[in-house]
Design a protein around this ligand. Structure first.
Ligand SMILES: Cc1ncc(COP(=O)(O)O)c(C=O)c1O
Length: 383
């Protein structure tokens, strides 16, 4: 686990997460990881850098092969090259998927609390946000299928987030099966953001909606190497559409918007990640499992009043601090003064003003230092 506990400064690397806070602040905000990516990825990128011409480039057959093999090995379903559309970012792809389907619906369903750009891609397409609130019970979130069933009668697009940001749910096979069944019943489209699908904590199993592609075709899946391998700065992603007709139509649509595939380094990194970095990924998932266990233990012992949501996947802890009675924007400012940066709950849902999102993709030492600061902040505001 040495690589994941390595101390490495990201200051002065144009890093959004660390350069926007003062030098004495520890950052647990933006969803990227603070440890080095796999040695194989660094090596492949270095080899490419060493060839000093960086002109126009395209995804080669090995690029597609790496995704096809990874998908089969890790997620258990088959795809071919024609199912894959390389793109340059999941949010961009989501925005254009809605744009592509804009005549199908006025309302678009999101399951909240959820990653905030889901709201803006809907609004920027001139569509209405329809909230299918997740149900919270004992610090664990589940879907409200009954309400979803009703909402799908009139709203023909659902944006699914699995694994879910910020709640960390990895929806089960049965839950995903039910979502697909409902979408089929109402002839609605599922846009499934699966960007966190490789980051699964021990004891959980990821199920893509594409596992049910033989039963239903109106589904678009979004994946990327960015969260899985600490490569968000490469802006490289893939859209996977099992239905070839839909895939061809979306590919042709994206061409009219001049959306190209990832950049030269992203194309190299995809192959290095999927072909050579599986062992690194499994080690990362162990490290994250351990970090989350420690985080939960620490908060349960020191501050049992904090609601620690059960994270099953992603590297995000979703913490309910509403017992403090402090709005999250104030909490965020106060925590900065104490020395940590987090994301405020409200950006994921108006209902979550007492929550913070705490990213634990860092060394154990850094995480524990952050928790100490959080603990001081809680003590200072409860005594
Ligand atoms: C659920 C989800 N989708 C998409 C993104 C961003 O993807 P991209 O940088 O490829 O646009 C994130 C980043 O945090 C995310 O959590």
């Amino acid at each position: 686990m040495k690589r994941f506990n390595e101390k490495i400064s990201r200051k002065n690397t144009n890093c959004v997460k660390w350069n926007m806070v003062d030098d004495d602040v520890l950052s647990f905000s933006i969803a990227d990881s603070d440890y080095p990516t796999s040695e194989e990825i660094v090596k492949c990128l270095t080899d490419r850098v060493n060839h000093p011409v960086y002109g126009y480039t395209f995804p080669d057959p090995m690029y597609y092969e790496s995704i096809i093999n990874w998908t089969k090995r890790r997620y258990g379903y088959e795809i071919t090259k024609s199912n894959i559309i390389p793109t340059n970012g999941v949010v961009t792809s989501l925005y254009y998927a809605i744009n592509f389907l804009k005549d199908k619906t006025e309302g678009i369903i999101v399951q909240t609390p959820v990653y905030n750009p889901f709201y803006s891609v809907i609004q920027d397409n001139g569509k209405k946000i329809v909230e299918n609130k997740l149900i919270k019970n004992d610090n664990f979130y589940t879907m409200n299928f009954q309400e979803l069933d009703k909402q799908l009668e009139t709203n023909k697009i659902l944006i699914l987030c699995n694994p879910q940001n910020p709640t960390g749910r990895v929806f089960t096979y049965d839950e995903i099966k039910e979502v697909v069944r409902l979408a089929k019943k109402h002839n609605a489209y599922i846009l499934s953001d699966e960007i966190h699908c490789d980051v699964i904590l021990e004891g959980h199993k990821f199920t893509s909606v594409n596992k049910f592609a033989s039963e239903y075709k109106n589904m678009i899946v979004f994946t990327s190497i960015s969260k899985s391998f600490g490569l968000a700065g490469l802006k490289t992603s893939n859209v996977i559409i099992k239905d070839e007709k839909l895939a061809d139509e979306f590919r042709a649509f994206l061409a009219t918007k001049y959306i190209g595939s990832g950049n030269i380094f992203g194309l190299v990194a995809v192959k290095a990640a999927y072909n050579h970095s599986e062992a690194w990924l499994d080690k990362q998932n162990k490290h994250l499992t351990n970090n989350f266990k420690l985080l939960k233990k620490y908060l349960n012992e020191k501050h049992p009043e904090v609601g620690v949501t059960k994270t099953e996947g992603t590297f995000l802890a979703w913490l309910d601090l509403s017992f403090l009675g402090m709005p999250c924007e104030v909490m965020q400012q106060e925590l900065l003064k104490f020395g940590i940066s987090i994301n405020e709950g409200k950006r994921y849902s108006e209902d979550c003003k007492g929550y913070i999102r705490f990213n634990f993709a860092c060394s154990e030492e850094q995480m524990l230092a952050g928790l100490e600061i959080l603990s001081k902040f809680i003590n200072a505001n409860t005594k």
